[in-house]
Design a protein around this ligand. Structure first.
Ligand SMILES: Cc1cc2nc3c(=O)[nH]c(=O)nc-3n(C[C@H](O)[C@H](O)[C@H](O)COP(=O)(O)OP(=O)(O)OC[C@H]3O[C@@H](n4cnc5c(N)ncnc54)[C@H](O)[C@@H]3O)c2cc1C
Length: 386
């Protein structure tokens, strides 16, 4: 049996970042992943994330941002959000916020690889791939985790970072509130004829929310969060027809599009764990909350969990990491941010998918109003930058 300070189950972006941040505080960390080791990013970009300033700062503080190839990072200097009536929309500019960028577009594979490289150099972390936990028992003194290969761990703190279908959360009986949107996120990358100028564009349409995120070399990454039937239509199109469909839906704003990475599709759900903590346990990332991707906030919210939990754990290292008071403080500290993000993404999703008379007028008028009120725009900017 391995005796350790912290066992982290799940080595996605959030779990691996937590392991690195916890090791910096001085804890011995065992990071368990049921997947194989990450591979270096290939020549063509796959999925991308829009990382906020706060996420970038956290990745810098754990030595990961520095490992990313700057040529494969795109700064977002502006955002254009359009309603479903011509002319309705909001423009946000990094200059208005007094910052160099509103966000940075990074490839998911590149971040996963940089995290894995950094974990490999960290003496405080032992990482195991293809580790399949089969049982979990928590008593007053420790969390006990047993793996399918017969090995086991005893830790002062267990961190569940195992994604939206979290095994940890199920094992300890924490229930989830939420709903299935019956939407899919269709993601694909294109090369655009015209320069995107570092602008992230988003359209709230009657057939879903469509975003084109800028990437280096005149490429853009599409996330089209569409009702199941529309998503199935999009997935059935051949390359040329998909380009035509996206060009039509975006008013040809970037000229001719050419497909670089074929479309893939992910279900979109809302899920929020009723508790983020239990005895000797904390949930982070999608295991704690998963959101509609329309605000591109999933990873950012997860990394803010990591920042909050590590700040609280680091504030008093003499205290055991699994102490109830420490875990309660973490839960309290995350309440407002998580609730705001859920209200924002779920509210916008409901508003723009409603077919009720008058709602279409009201939502477009709302976008126009926000765009004319500097104070409200400022609030939106502050949120985008967290
Ligand atoms: C279409 C779409 C677009 C998105 N775009 C953005 C964006 O632009 N910006 C953004 O911030 N977010 C975005 N998100 C959200 C983002 O993908 C998630 O929030 C993020 O991946 C969550 O990271 P995580 O590490 O918590 O979970 P995951 O990425 O799900 O990682 C969980 C890890 O745990 C492992 N695991 C699972 N079960 C076990 C087990 N039993 N034992 C051991 N290991 C286990 C898995 O192998 C995996 O490695 C998007 C989501 C969708 C659907």
């Amino acid at each position: 049996m391995t005796d350790t300070d912290v066992v982290v189950i799940g080595a996605g972006l959030v779990g691996a970042a937590f392991a690195l941040a916890a090791s910096r505080i001085g804890f011995r960390v065992d990071l368990l992943s049921n997947a194989g080791p990450p591979m270096p990013p290939g020549p063509n970009p796959g999925r991308v994330y829009a990382l906020s300033q706060g996420s970038r700062a956290l990745l810098q503080s754990i030595g990961v941002w520095q490992r990313l190839d700057p040529a494969r990072i795109q700064a977002v200097v502006g955002m254009r959000v359009s309603g479903d009536r011509p002319g309705a929309g909001i423009d946000l500019d990094a200059l208005d916020g007094g910052v160099e960028a509103l966000a940075w577009i990074v490839e998911s594979d590149a971040v996963a690889w940089a995290l894995a490289e950094q974990v490999a150099t960290d003496d405080g972390i032992t990482c195991r791939c293809r580790a399949h936990p089969v049982s979990l028992r928590i008593d007053a003194g420790a969390a006990h985790v047993a793996l399918a290969d017969g090995s086991s761990y005893r830790a002062a703190l267990l961190v569940g970072a195992d994604g939206r279908d979290s095994w940890v959360r199920t094992e300890v009986g924490i229930r989830v509130r939420g709903r299935n949107y019956a939407h899919q996120g269709v993601v694909a990358n294109f090369t655009a004829e015209r320069a995107h100028g570092g602008i992230a564009r988003q359209w709230f349409r009657t057939d879903g929310v469509l975003a084109l995120l800028p990437m280096p070399s005149k490429q853009v990454s599409m996330v089209w969060s569409a009702p199941d039937a529309v998503a199935a239509d999009l997935m059935a199109l051949d390359d040329g027809a998909l380009c035509e469909r996206v060009m039509g839906a975006t008013g040809d704003c970037l000229g001719t599009l050419r497909l670089v990475t074929p479309p893939s599709c992910l279900p979109i759900t809302l899920g929020h764990a009723r508790q983020l903590v239990g005895p000797r346990l904390a949930l982070v990332g999608d295991a704690a909350h998963n959101l509609h991707p329309l605000a591109g906030q999933g990873v950012n919210l997860g990394l803010r969990d990591v920042g909050a939990l590590c700040r609280i754990l680091g504030a008093d290292v003499r205290r055991e990491p699994g102490a109830v008071s420490v875990l309660r403080r973490y839960q309290r500290s995350r309440r407002e941010d998580v609730a705001t993000m859920i209200a924002l993404t779920d509210g916008l999703q409901r508003l723009f998918s409603s077919r009720l008379p008058g709602i279409a007028w009201a939502r477009n008028r709302g976008l126009d109003l926000v765009s004319r009120l500097p104070h409200l725009k400022g609030l939106l900017l502050q949120h985008a930058l967290r």
